[in-house]
Design a protein around this ligand. Structure first.
Ligand SMILES: NC(=O)c1ccc[n+]([C@@H]2O[C@H](COP(=O)([O-])OP(=O)(O)OC[C@H]3O[C@@H](n4cnc5c(N)ncnc54)[C@H](OP(=O)(O)O)[C@@H]3O)[C@@H](O)[C@H]2O)c1
Length: 334
């Protein structure tokens, strides 16, 4: 019998989750059947969207079931195989995170030829779902033109840092907002952002944004919501586009928060606001990976990660997403 350790959701949080909403459980894996593989996870992802799956009425991804293992992106290696086309040692991507090993049908996982075996966790960040979110949202929905000003919130995170760097590649002027001076310095010095606001220390965010983007904003890549949306609306140019990717400021609200009080500007400035979910664009995955691999190889995209050690610390890693404890993509090394 092969044992596995996995993390279950045991009660549904109403505000910010706490450690006792989760439980680490030891379990026995079933014997391999034909067409199946045993996979050892190397890294698992923690992502803000997982908070939505902890609600009973999750919006776009199925709710996690109570007392069952949670799901999420993971990269691992095959250790045993009864499936043609998959050998021990193969590197695979799956949605079987939150556990150290698992048995799966071969058709539910993806074998990859890694760009760099020393950086397999990139497949959970820059080369994975968050990177593709940045690529789809900015290029397909934001339609950035050279010289345009792009404002990005949560700009040093998994999605945001890629948005900033892709916007620079496309010849845009980039303004980011982040929660620390260290993140701001990295974004300016390593990722080429033209101006970065520390929203915790800047005072009036609308005024700080007006100073950072005196000509106005053409594209706002929305990751935060609340005061950031309010400030962006005030500073958008006419016919600007808002790519609504996420609103992390609201994810742990026990009660709905008041919205921005300047929504009428959408009318007066003739703005387009487009929400999206990256999983609706999987037909573009090969195109995204080609672009991103080229940009990484040519040094035009840089990746920063916070790597937390051990499945036991995965819940803590997830919770840090809501206080800015991650610098770049948050991953858990199993
Ligand atoms: N639509 C899609 O398909 C899709 C896919 C992936 C992600 N998303 C969304 O994209 C956004 C970013 O996700 P990510 O994976 O890249 O996460 P991330 O940016 O790597 O991590 C979250 C960051 O958000 C910031 N933050 C947390 N709480 C905040 C608050 N109350 N106010 C302001 N900033 C706050 C923190 O950075 P600071 O230190 O800078 O505050 C934190 O590090 C999220 O809204 C997520 O839901 C959407």
């Amino acid at each position: 019998m092969t044992k596995a350790r996995e993390i279950h959701l045991v009660t549904r949080p109403t505000g910010l989750p706490e450690a006792d909403h989760f439980r680490l459980v030891e379990t026995e894996l079933p014997a391999l059947q034909d067409g199946q593989v045993l996979v050892n996870n190397l890294y698992m992802s923690v992502d803000p969207y997982m908070r939505g799956r902890m609600r009973e009425n999750a919006v776009y991804a199925a709710a996690y079931e109570l007392n069952k293992v949670m799901y999420g992106g993971a990269v691992g290696t095959v250790t045993e195989s009864r499936a043609s086309g998959l050998q021990p040692g193969d590197v695979v991507l799956s949605q079987c995170g939150w556990r150290d090993r698992f048995v799966a049908d071969a058709g539910t996982i993806e074998r990859i030829e890694p760009l760099d075996r020393d950086h397999l966790s990139w497949y959970l960040g820059t080369l994975g779902m968050p990177g593709m979110t940045a690529w789809v949202g900015l290029l397909k929905l934001g339609e950035p033109k050279p010289g345009a000003t792009v404002f990005v919130s949560a700009a040093s995170g998994a999605v945001g840092a890629n948005v900033c760097q892709i916007a620079r590649i496309k010849g845009c002027r980039v303004v980011g907002s982040v929660g620390s001076d260290a993140k701001a310095a990295w974004l300016r010095e390593e990722c080429g952002a033209d101006a970065v606001i520390n929203y915790r220390t800047c005072g009036d965010l609308t005024a700080a944004l007006a100073e950072a983007a005196p000509e106005g904003i053409d594209v706002y890549f929305e990751n935060v919501g609340g005061d950031h949306l309010q400030a962006a609306l005030a500073n958008m140019k006419p016919f600007g586009r808002i790519v609504a990717c996420g609103m992390i400021q609201t994810y742990n609200n026990a009660q709905p928060a008041a919205g921005p009080n300047n929504l009428m500007l959408i009318v007066g400035k003739k703005l387009r606001i487009q929400g999206f979910i990256v999983s609706d664009y999987m037909d573009l995955q090969d195109q995204f990976r080609n672009d991103m691999q080229e940009w990484i190889k040519s040094g035009r995209i840089k990746t920063r990660e916070t790597v937390i050690d051990g499945l036991d610390n995965a819940v803590g890693a997830f919770l840090q997403l809501f206080s800015g404890g991650n610098f770049g993509k948050m991953v858990v090394k199993i």
